[in-house]
Design a protein around this ligand. Structure first.
Ligand SMILES: [Cu+2]
Length: 480
């Protein structure tokens, strides 16, 4: 095989170069003709060609109209809403090129829930360089885990404008048995510009005048809620025969919407939380925050059509889909959901495997989730990011974080680059579930702990994008 063929076969890099050098200086059995190859070959040996990317994302402004009511200038990867599903196998090497075709704004991709090197994590100016207009960036990292995840821009309000999509990793040792694997990617949609809305929130123009007393479930009035990028006028559908088992991978890709999820006439057997296996638990519905993911097994009960519902927590609307048998036309029932009695709680989530942390020095952080609704400032311990203390940890630490929500809103708190054990009192501590996002209800306190095993700078923040931009974020930084 000639060096040229080696290159074509993708055997490049150090091995390829070393081989070619050997050829150059000590070729025993080469014919004259081969040792006097034209100059082109000489040049090639100094030009290793990287493996081609599996995906190329052109980030662009795109006119979108998912609800058929108004054309909105969005931000997409390759013009798609949501961005295309990435599906890989555990153990793969992931490699994706991102071209920023936006005018005047940087972009980035955060791989939500993935364990990766900090520089690949995609938070501009934390451990990642923003991708400036007309620039190219290549994300590359090994896929160490399996499960249901997603990805989204971490720049400005691009996520709200459409730049987000599912990221699915099939396990190398899958034990679940099912006939269909369907992803349900939920989102919220605005006709107005989120940058303007954010300014109005900060200036008090949008202050919640008619908000009921007590809990405050939403700051933003959405025009539509989307299921796989589609609104109620043209819902997403899926088919399965009676008796078929479906694995639904349900991702809250909303920007500031908690969704309550159910499927008419069908209980949900929750098998995974935030990508990882839990002891199966059967429920009728669950509420989840932005950034949380659940997998649910569903066995189709009978011939017919069944509405899939994800209602915004404040009841202002729902994202709709239809599950139907092949012989029946899909028809959506747009009436309000009727919730069954069994609601998933965190105390029902037990990891399928024990989740002990390695021993290590304890490092504790008490973080109050704080805010000033009248000025639309969100913070932790009243410090507004980026003017906030850095959270310093040492590699090998056991890090305990206690979050006390002092506000009247829910906050889905997300840690980058790690899974944490969610500590639920009264639950067998050997099986505390691993999560990357946990929703803290108003006036409640939740604790989690993680092992500092992935050095770098890591973002920890509320996954309500408006709260994040208003300052509810911190950085965990490993000391060296
Ligand atoms: Cu929040």
């Amino acid at each position: 095989m000639s060096r040229r063929h080696l290159l074509k076969a993708g055997m490049v890099g150090i091995g390829g170069l070393a081989g070619s050098q050997l050829t150059g200086c000590a070729t025993g059995g080469k014919s004259n003709a081969e040792s006097q190859q034209p100059k082109q070959a000489e040049t090639e040996q100094y030009m290793p060609v990287p493996n081609s990317p599996q995906h190329v994302f052109h980030i662009q402004h795109t006119d979108l109209n998912p609800d058929g009511a108004k054309i909105v200038r969005g931000v997409t990867a390759n013009g798609m809403l949501p961005a295309k599903e990435i599906r890989l196998k555990q153990g793969d090497q992931f490699r994706t090129r991102v071209d920023n075709g936006l005018s005047h704004q940087h972009t980035s991709i955060h791989w939500h829930g993935l364990l990766l090197p900090a520089t690949m994590d995609g938070v501009p100016n934390v451990a990642h360089v923003p991708i400036e207009p007309n620039e190219v960036f290549v994300y590359e990292f090994p896929i160490l885990q399996s499960g249901t995840y997603w990805y989204h821009s971490h720049s400005g309000f691009q996520e709200q404008l459409g730049f987000a999509g599912p990221f699915i990793i099939e396990a190398s040792d899958e034990t679940l048995v099912y006939d269909h694997d369907y992803v349900i990617f939920l989102g919220d949609w605005l006709h107005a510009n989120p940058y303007t809305i954010f300014k109005d929130l900060q200036s008090g123009t949008l202050k919640a005048a008619n908000k009921p007393r007590g809990q405050d479930l939403s700051d933003i009035q959405y025009n539509a809620f989307l299921l796989n990028g589609r609104a109620n006028n043209d819902p997403w559908t899926c088919t399965a025969k009676p008796g078929d088992r479906i694995r639904f991978r349900i991702i809250n890709g909303g920007t500031s919407t908690f969704f309550r999820f159910m499927i008419d006439g069908h209980p949900l057997t929750i098998t995974h939380a935030d990508g990882l296996a839990v002891r199966p638990v059967e429920v009728d519905h669950f509420l989840f925050g932005m950034g949380e993911c659940y997998d649910a097994l569903v066995t189709v009960r009978e011939t017919g059509h069944f509405t899939i519902r994800a209602e915004a927590q404040d009841g202002s609307g729902q994202a709709i889909g239809v599950l139907h048998s092949p012989d029946v036309k899909p028809t959506a029932d747009l009436s309000r959901p009727i919730w069954g009695p069994r609601r998933l709680t965190y105390s029902q989530l037990l990891s399928a495997e024990p989740t002990p942390l390695p021993e290590g020095p304890m490092s504790r952080f008490a973080l109050d989730l704080t805010g000033d609704m009248s000025r639309y400032i969100w913070s932790m311990n009243n410090q507004v990011y980026p003017k906030a203390d850095r959270l310093l940890v040492n590699q090998g630490d056991r890090v305990l974080v206690e979050m006390s929500n002092k506000t009247m809103m829910w906050h889905p708190m997300h840690l980058h680059g790690h899974f944490f054990r969610l500590i639920i009192p009264g639950v067998d501590p050997h099986f505390h579930p691993l999560k990357h996002t946990v929703s803290v209800p108003p006036k409640e306190t939740l604790r989690f702990e993680f092992s500092a095993d992935n050095p770098g700078k890591w973002f920890f923040h509320c996954h309500n994008l408006y709260h994040l931009d208003a300052g509810m974020a911190r950085e965990f930084i490993y000391s060296v």
